[in-house]
Ligand binder design. Structure first.
Ligand SMILES: *Cc1c(COP(=O)(O)O)cnc(C)c1O
Length: 535
């Protein structure tokens, strides 16, 4: 590839560069197998919830036939006696998955203390998809199940499940888009406002705020290799600047993969005492990959919107399953109530067509209404089959009660093993602390170059090649796709490796290919030195 082309690529978004690399790598010069460790899409899936969903659809059809049964047409379901009929339908001796359903029934009655008929009816209709999602934000019992899941996996013992409102969304992706949009519509963020982000971070959080729609000014709270990708000392104090309106974190981070330590959480809590109006968004998609994880939401609930996605843990990126959670009492509602009268009038007009008392409409309900441009609020909400899938994924964890969740343990072990193999094959230092989710690694190619071949070679690499040269050659020659770290906010030379999306045995190969390519560069370096000497 020409240098001018390499330079042009640098302007593209990291995920776009990665798909271009994929095309190059498939036809790599060495005819190596194509290894794409760029994207974070896991190569595992959760079977249990999917099989359970199937049984629900089968039962739902039989139930629907009770009211109309003409050829391919069936009718509506009836709640009365549904639990009994469902229990009669289950045959654990024939279908192993029905044991999970029996566990779910017990859990709903004994632990959640919900009405079983009502929950089964919600599940059945939801899976069949015979009604608009109502309430649009989240179905009644689904909200309770999701709340219980969030509390058990992310709050580390803090009890907030009965004080938390959930909005089920089309993946974490939609949650992020909706949040920025509604913050702007409600004038909680304005052009020129400052947003603090903990870099490196999932690229959209860097890119969205600077779009023309938002025009925000970014303040970096940096984490880097010298501090094991934990937030650097003193950085949290930047949040004391009152001109910073919003603080966005991915925790555990992507791509740094580290979770905030207890000390970091305590420091942020102190900051909030001095800055009660600071708005926070925490994206905890990787929370379950860390031992004893604690979300920022459980530390400063009134200030924080929680984003979660089922995509990664459950291998469900195609389902589009995510959510936003907010505390009943929160700074977002408070700031809206304190807006100048003129702004409040404008907003009352905006939401007045869907609410009798628009001034009392909660921020989270505004999110739902805005997600469908207000006028389609009555048909808003995540599709009901998707909501039921969120229930079933949540329940795979919840029915373990206090026992360890073997599925979650397996997911941690898988990324852990791949992390070890990759680092060992690169002879790269490992971070074995509990706060490391190991879902991604950031590998600094210049550091490896220096360790293996010395300082002079490192400078040669830094000074003679474009930032993307190594990445492009790795794809073009060796068939390995990684992601450039710079788009996430790392130094040049840092590459993101996803430990999620390739078979475990491939991670050693990736390390070996990277070392081979580095050896090729080193050959060039020696030739370059000989040339200079002979001049
Ligand atoms: C993957 C990812 C998402 C996207 O989640 P989806 O539910 O697949 O849309 C959001 N945030 C972070 C940090 C992610 O890594």
């Amino acid at each position: 590839m020409k240098i001018s082309e390499e330079k042009k690529l640098e302007d593209l978004e990291s995920f776009v560069i990665s798909s271009k690399m994929t095309a190059l790598a498939k036809e790599n010069a060495k005819n190596n197998i194509f290894l794409d460790a760029g994207r974070g899409n896991p190569n595992w899936i959760n079977k249990k919830a999917r099989l359970a969903f199937n049984r629900l659809v089968e039962f739902g059809i039989i139930e629907s036939e009770r009211t109309i049964n003409k050829g391919d047409m069936a009718g509506y379901t009836e709640q009365h006696g549904m639990r009994q009929r469902f229990e009669a339908f289950l045959r654990p001796e024939e279908y192993k998955i029905d044991d999970f359903w029996l566990d779910i029934l017990d859990y709903i009655r004994d632990d959640l203390k919900l009405n079983q008929d009502e929950v089964i009816k919600e599940f059945v209709d939801g899976a069949i998809g015979n009604n608009y999602p109502m309430p649009a934000r989240v179905l009644k019992n689904t909200g309770k199940i999701i709340n219980q899941y969030l509390q058990t996996t992310l709050y580390n013992g803090v009890d907030l499940k009965d004080e938390t409102d959930v909005f089920a969304t089309e993946g974490g992706t939609a949650a992020i888009v909706y949040i920025f949009n509604t913050l702007r519509e409600n004038k909680l963020i304005n052009y020129g406002d400052k947003i603090a982000i903990n870099t490196p971070i999932f690229t959209p959080y860097i890119e969205i705020p600077t779009l023309n729609d938002y025009q925000m000014v970014e303040v970096d709270l940096n984490s880097d290799a010298s501090n094991h990708w934990e937030i650097a000392p003193g950085e949290i104090d930047k949040l004391l600047d009152p001109s910073i309106k919003l603080f966005v974190v991915v925790n555990p981070s992507n791509p740094g993969s580290k979770a905030f330590s207890k000390k970091d959480l305590a420091e942020i809590k102190e900051v909030i005492k001095k800055r009660p109006d600071l708005m926070i968004v925490t994206d905890d998609v990787y929370g379950t990959f860390v031992e004893n994880f604690q979300t920022l939401y459980s530390v400063v609930p009134d200030n924080t919107l929680l984003v979660y996605s089922f995509s990664k843990l459950f291998g469900a990126t195609g389902w589009r399953l995510g959510l936003v959670a907010a505390h009943e009492e929160n700074v977002f509602d408070r700031l809206i109530s304190q807006l100048p009268n003129k702004d409040k009038q404008e907003l009352n007009k905006r939401y007045g067509s869907v609410e009798f008392e628009p001034s009392k409409m909660k921020f989270i309900d505004r999110l739902v209404a805005d997600s469908r441009s207000i006028s389609l609020y009555h048909t808003a909400g995540l599709s009901t089959p998707q909501q039921i899938m969120e229930d079933l994924f949540s329940l795979t964890h919840l029915v373990n009660r206090n026992k360890t969740d073997k599925y979650i343990e397996t997911s941690k072990n898988i990324v852990g093993k791949r992390y070890t193999d990759l680092h060992d094959s690169l002879n790269y230092p490992k971070d074995e602390s509990n706060d490391n989710s190991k879902y991604y690694s950031i590998i600094d190619i210049y550091t490896i170059a220096e360790r293996k071949y010395g300082k002079e070679f490192r400078s040669f690499l830094e000074n003679n090649f474009e930032q993307l040269d190594f990445l492009i050659n790795l794809a073009q020659k060796n068939g390995v796709v990684l992601m450039d770290g710079v788009g996430f906010g790392t130094h040049p030379g840092c590459l993101r490796v996803s430990q999620a999306n390739l078979p475990t045995e491939d991670y050693r190969l990736i390390g070996n290919q990277m070392m081979q390519l580095l050896a090729d560069y080193h050959k060039q370096f020696i030739e370059h030195k000989v040339k200079i000497k002979n001049k």
